[in-house]
Structures are given as structure tokens and as C-alpha cells.
Design a protein around this ligand. Structure first.
Ligand code: SF4
Ligand code: MG
Length: 328
């Protein structure tokens, strides 16, 4: 499999006061393969959105590397390299109400990227392209001269998708693209994204706050907790054999359709709230809520490593050399 994106030891810290630093993303590493959907999951505040925004350079990383198509996205980006980058990577946002400028007509929203990148220079060809994009996302040319408030949430998200597609990107970061939509609309938007992936050969980083949302669409899934990556595996492997206690807890909270299974299976109930990413717990950040925490968990940060074929975890129960100790 060909790597499209490599994230290496990425950190993004925010100074929140004279003395306090919020470690939103703290040493996160993973790869995304060409053509796949990579689901990135975790509770709010775990750093998943910040990871996405740092990859696409809406934020400057504090340290670490992002390599895209074999090329490092380095240093402070000049206007030109930033433009080149946004042509290859685009973002779809969570809130289709907030992410579209209410004073712009749909055709102007969609063609903004075309103007910036000088893609279709004549007014006529630009408009043709807008019509084509509207059809691609299931809208039509009658929608071009309207304003965002004239559309439903699902339609607005389609407009957001058309805007992202306008510059022919290879990679799209979708930050909770369906969380703000009615359940009845969510599947439609997901289907559209999947269709587009097939026809255009797109690669997705799909950010979501719960595991059930990304289960069917992701080839691989990464689970974040408090700025760290806890576990990463091919979807089926992750859902069938979760290794990290946090993943196990998240999965045990998802109801199972089969009532027999539902009645007999064990639930892991997490105690307490997610601690603040300012002064997070020492060692393993999950230890204050982990039912299996041991002495070492407070002292040593667990190593992020590949346990077997593509299954990564950071947990002392699964340390290298330790014969896959099972949590009892
Ligand atoms: Fe729990 Fe320790 Fe594993 Fe952290 S390292 S998840 S505290 S067992
Ligand atoms: Mg978010």
C-alpha cells in the first residue's frame, strides 16, 4: 500500500496563559494510505480536530513532521506553498451553518477556490464548472444564485463538499461532517462522500466522536485520548479485538443489535471525566479512568508501537516483550 500522508511525532501546543500550555496534540504518529478512509475517533477535546487542522496547516505544528506524497510540509509556509498545499488537501467542516459565508451566493462560495488557484479563468467556464460541481453533489444549477440560508443542513453540507472538490484535491479532511445533521440525512451525506471517493480516487481523514459512526466507512481507525493516540488498527480488527482499555470501553458503550449478546456482554463503565489537557496525568494519560491501571502507568508513558500487522497500541498491558498480558 502506498502512503499518501505520514504524520510523525506531531505536537501542537497552545499557550493559554503566562504559565499554562494546553497540549492539544502531544506526539502523535500515523500514516494514511492512498485511497483509504482513515477514521479518527475520540471524545471532544481529545485533539482530533487539532490534528486535522495541523495537518492541513490551519495551525502551525509545535514540532513533528507531516509528509504528504513523499514531500515534507516544512517550516513556516510561504503564500505559494500554502496555496499548492490547499490545492491537494481540502477540509469539510462540522457545521455547515457556520462554515459558509451567509453573504455570498453559492456560485461564489464554490468558485472561490477556482479563483485563488486560477483554475477556470473565464467567467463562463467558471460558471460551467460550478454547475458541474453542484450536480456532482446532488444539487443543480438553479441553486447557484441562492444564499446559504435558503438551504437545509444536508444541502449546505453538499455545498461545502462542492467547495472542497472545486480544486480537485487528492485528500480531504472531513471534521465531523455529519454530526450536526439530522440522523435521516447523515446516511445520504456519507453515501455521497463514499461515491465521490470511488469516482475521484480520494483519500479521507474522517474525524468523528464515536466509534459507531466510522465503523462502516473506515478502512482503518485511530483512537485518540487526551492528545495521544491510544490505538490504531484496520477497522474490523479494532472492533473485534480492541487492545486498549479505552477502546474497549468505547466499544462496550455501543448497543449491540442482538439482544442475547446485549444481555450477556460486559460493559466497561469509565469513571470520572476526561482530565484537562493542561497538566494532564503523568505516565499514561488514561490512567485516572482506567480499570486496569498499574504502578508503572503513573510513571512511564506507554510506548506507541505495532503489536502485530498494522495493529498499534500505547498501553503497558501490551508492552513489547510482554507476552500479551490480558486484562482480567
Ligand atoms: Fe490503563 Fe495502564 Fe494501559 Fe494506560 S497503560 S491504558 S493506565 S493499563
Ligand atoms: Mg472537534
Amino acid at each position: 500500500k502506498e502512503k499518501l500522508l505520514e504524520v510523525k511525532n506531531l505536537k501542537k501546543y497552545f499557550k493559554v496563559s503566562r504559565t499554562d500550555v494546553l497540549k492539544a496534540v502531544d506526539d502523535v504518529s500515523f500514516d494514511i494510505y492512498k485511497g483509504e478512509t482513515f477514521g479518527l475517533v475520540g471524545e471532544s477535546g481529545c485533539g482530533k480536530s487539532t490534528t486535522g487542522r495541523t495537518i492541513i496547516r490551519l495551525y502551525e505544528p509545535t514540532s513533528g513532521k507531516v509528509i504528504f506524497g513523499g514531500q515534507e510540509i516544512g517550516g513556516k509556509l510561504s503564500g505559494k506553498s500554502k496555496k499548492d498545499l490547499t490545492k491537494k488537501m481540502q477540509m469539510i467542516f462540522q457545521d455547515p451553518y457556520a462554515s459558509l459565508n451567509p453573504r455570498m451566493m453559492v456560485k461564489d462560495i464554490i468558485s472561490e477556490g477556482l479563483n485563488i488557484h486560477h483554475i477556470e479563468s473565464s467567467n463562463k467556464s467558471r460558471l460551467e464548472r460550478v454547475y458541474e460541481l453542484l450536480e456532482t453533489v446532488g444539487l443543480n444549477k438553479e441553486h447557484a444564485n441562492r444564499y446559504p440560508h435558503e438551504f437545509s443542513g444536508g444541502q449546505r453540507q453538499r455545498i461545502g463538499i462542492a467547495r472542497a472538490l472545486a480544486v480537485n484535491p487528492e485528500f480531504i479532511i472531513a471534521d465531523e461532517p455529519i454530526s450536526a445533521l439530522d440522523v435521516s440525512i447523515q446516511a445520504q451525506v456519507v453515501n455521497l462522500l463514499q461515491e465521490l471517493q470511488e469516482t475521484k480516487g480520494l483519500t479521507y481523514l474522517f474525524i468523528a466522536h464515536d466509534l459507531s459512526m466510522v465503523k462502516h466507512i473506515s478502512d482503518r481507525v485511530g483512537v485518540m485520548y487526551l492528545g495521544n493516540m491510544a490505538e490504531l488498527a484496520p477497522s474490523e480488527e479494532l472492533y473485534d479485538h480492541p487492545l486498549h482499555p479505552y477502546t474497549q470501553a468505547l466499544l462496550s458503550a455501543i448497543p449491540v443489535a442482538d439482544p442475547e449478546v446485549e444481555r450477556t456482554r460486559e460493559r466497561i463503565i469509565l469513571q470520572g471525566d476526561v482530565p484537562s489537557p493542561i497538566n494532564p496525568p503523568s505516565g499514561c494519560r488514561f490512567r485516572t479512568r482506567c480499570p486496569f491501571a498499574m504502578d508503572i502507568c503513573a510513571k512511564v508513558r506507554p510506548n506507541w508501537h505495532e503489536v502485530e500487522n498494522g495493529h498499534w497500541v500505547a498501553c503497558h498491558l501490551h508492552d513489547e516483550g510482554q507476552s500479551s498480558a490480558k486484562a482480567e
